[in-house]
Structures are given as structure tokens and as C-alpha cells.
Design a protein around this ligand. Structure first.
Ligand code: CU
Length: 71
């Protein structure tokens, strides 16, 4: 079963940034879909929790040059 979550992304300033984050997440094995909203500074992700964890998603965002606000 896919899990859905919203990540608060930091460091984005333009469309290019949000596309970079979106691509990084979508390219990750186990991610079914990822949509990044630049204005809300959020990423909505559907993923398979058997293939990756929340930490993996956060690392993926960080590797692409941005950050995730942890609650
Ligand atoms: Cu940018």
C-alpha cells in the first residue's frame, strides 16, 4: 500500500528549484509520484513504505540541494 505525506521543503526560490526537487523525488525507486508546490513550499509524495523510508525521502531532497523542515 502506498503511503502519502507532505514534506515542507526549504531553500526553493524559483520554478527551477521546485522542478529539481520534484525530479529527484520522482526518480527515486519506490516513489509512485511526487508533486512540489513552490508557493506552499511543500512536496506531496506517494511512496511505497516497503521500499523506502521518510529518512530516504529527506536525504533525496537534501542531495538535490534543498532541505526539509522537520517538525
Ligand atoms: Cu530556483
Amino acid at each position: 500500500m502506498a503511503k502519502e505525506l507532505t514534506l515542507e521543503i526549504t531553500g526553493m526560490s524559483c520554478q527551477h528549484c521546485s522542478q529539481t526537487v520534484e525530479k529527484a523525488l520522482n526518480n527515486r525507486v519506490g516513489v509512485e509520484s511526487a508533486e512540489v508546490d513552490l508557493n506552499k513550499e511543500e512536496a506531496f509524495v506517494k511512496y511505497d513504505p516497503e521500499q523506502l523510508t521518510l529518512e530516504d525521502l529527506i536525504k533525496e531532497v537534501e542531495n538535490s540541494g534543498y532541505g526539509v523542515n522537520r517538525d
